[in-house]
Design a protein. Sequence first.
Length: 251
Amino acid sequence: MASPFDLSGKVAAVTGANAGLGRAIAEALAAAGADVACIGRSEPAETVAAIQALGRKCAWIAADLGARPDHAAIIAGVVGKLGGLHILVNNAGIIRRANAIDFSEADWDAVLDVNLKSVFFLSQAAARHMIPNGGGKIINIASMLSFQGGIRVPSYTASKSGIAGLTKLLANEWAASGINVNAIAPGYFATNNTAALQADVKRNAEIIGRIPAGRWGDPRDLGGAAVFLASSAANYVQGVILPVDGGWLAR
Ligand code: NAP
C-alpha cells in the first residue's frame, strides 16, 4: 500500500526556497517525491542542486514578491516548467524591527506586501489553476506572532496574525473545491530572519531558556509538518495553524 505521505507525481511550488526554512521545506517535499518550483528573487542554486541530487526536477521562477508581481504569470511559469501545480507553500517573508512609536510607513508596507498581500494573490492564482484540476494543498508559513503580540515588530505581527485569519478564510471558501489550506507556525528557528536575535547574547539566552526543547529549531525540523500538510494524509485537515515550536506555546 502506498504511503499517505508519498508526494510522487506531485508538483510543489515554494516561495523563498533559496535559503532558511523555505529551502528545508523544498528539500523535504522533494525527498517525499515531489518536483519543486522555487519562486523567489535570488537564484536558489544550492536548493536546485540538492533536489536534483534526490532525482527530482527543480526549476527557479524568478519573482520579487514585494514588487507587486504578476501572480498569474508566476503560477503559469510553474505549470509551464513542471507540468502542473498541486502544492503551494507561501514561505517568503521579511521582518523589520523598530519601536512602534517610531515605526515607518515604508517598513509597514514592505512587510505587508511580501508577508500578506502577495500570499493572498499568489494563493488566488494557484487556486484558479487547482480548482479545475482537482484541487491541491496550500500551506502558509505563519509564526508565534500569529498567536502572540511580540515587541518592536508591528508590521510583522500584523502580517502573521493576518496569515492566521487568511488561512482560515481560504480553507472555508476552498475546502469544497478540494483545496486544503493550512499553516505552519514555526517557533524560533536559526535562519537569516533571526540572525539579530541569535547574535544578541541576552535575548538569545532568554529565548533558549523559554523553549521547553532547550534549543533553537533546525530548519529540517519543519520538513515533517510540511510533508504531512502537503500529502493525502491531510485531506481532512482544514484551516489549522500548526505550531512547530519546541513547546514554546505550551509554556
Ligand atoms: P530567511 O532565511 O530570511 O528567508 C526568507 C526567504 O524569503 C528568502 O528566500 C528570501 O529571499 C525570501 N524573500 C524575502 N523577500 C522576498 C521578496 N520580496 N521576493 C521574493 N522572495 C523574498 O528567513 P526564514 O527564517 O527562512 O523565514 C521563512 C519564513 O518563515 C518567513 O515567512 C518567516 O516570517 C517565517 N518564520 C521564520 C521563523 C524563524 O524563526 N526563522 C519563525 C517564524 C516564522 P532572498 O534571499 O532573496 O532575500
